[in-house]
Design a protein around this ligand. Sequence first.
Ligand code: FAD
Length: 284
Amino acid sequence: MKPAPFAYRKARSLDEAVALLGEHADARLLAGGQSLIATLNMRLSAPSLLIDINGVSGLDRIAVKDGMVEIGALVRHVQAERSDIISTHVPLIARAMPHIAHAAIRNRGTLGGSIAFADPAAELPACLLALDGEVEATGPQGKRTIKAQDFFKGLFETALGPQDVLTAIRLPMATPETRVGFAELARRHGDYAIVGLAASARADGVGLADVRLAYFGVGDTPLRVRKAEEALTGGAIDDKRLDSAVAALDLDPHDDIQATAPVKKHLAGVLLRRVAKQLTEARA
Ligand SMILES: Cc1cc2nc3c(=O)[nH]c(=O)nc-3n(C[C@H](O)[C@H](O)[C@H](O)COP(=O)(O)OP(=O)(O)OC[C@H]3O[C@@H](n4cnc5c(N)ncnc54)[C@H](O)[C@@H]3O)c2cc1C
């Protein structure tokens, strides 16, 4: 199918992008276009104007700032995949990147686009939540910061306002005690996951503390499972603790086109065992 007709403007600055959003209530920002263009072609969306932000300078950098890694909204997936800063300081993102789509899509798709689109089966929103990261949004009143836990509001729905541009995400830098884990089950490598799990924790003696487990593909948003997190906390990760964490999994997935709810729940338990094992391994 072809998209409905739309006008196109290339914004040269953030101010211009924000102003254009204010002038056109049904405009959409265009970043990598890897999700947006598909929704236009399928006529799931018919904005009157596309505001291309690819010409806005300063949004394509990865930098360490105040103990956080700041990733500009226009950083492409491939750039993150190859970044030394990311592999050294945010190893969870490095682990997740190869699971996102295929090389051609990763060449164009942006981290900002993925977080703003908030697909419930996408890897990066779950990583942002597992890492207790934050989003920087720029709107008519300037910049503001939104914590990951407050950002994902519903199915493809975020805390971004109609005139907001997501300008960066910020993630805490890993320490020597940081442990991360990532696994997903997809029909083919690169497909959206049937179920996935992104996790972070702090090594604490023989066990783990500050466990954060963020599932994707099992609800309208990425979801933490607090009871399973508690069950994994505080002692050696042995079979008994793993069994109780799986039994405590507080998830209530719905059927979707990929799998039934019981299958998803079962797969969530399988992933929990795999990821818990990764969390016990120190980084090489
Ligand atoms: C075949 C295929 C397979 C895929 N598989 C996966 C997968 O396995 N996992 C996965 O996570 N993704 C997958 N994707 C999506 C891909 O990762 C996209 O790149 C990403 O979801 C959106 O990034 P984008 O830069 O292309 O955004 P765009 O498509 O340009 O925009 C997406 C939406 O976000 C908005 N937006 C974009 N940037 C901003 C911003 N800075 N501020 C505010 N709003 C903004 C747009 O207005 C639009 O509504 C797949 C895509 C395809 C086509």
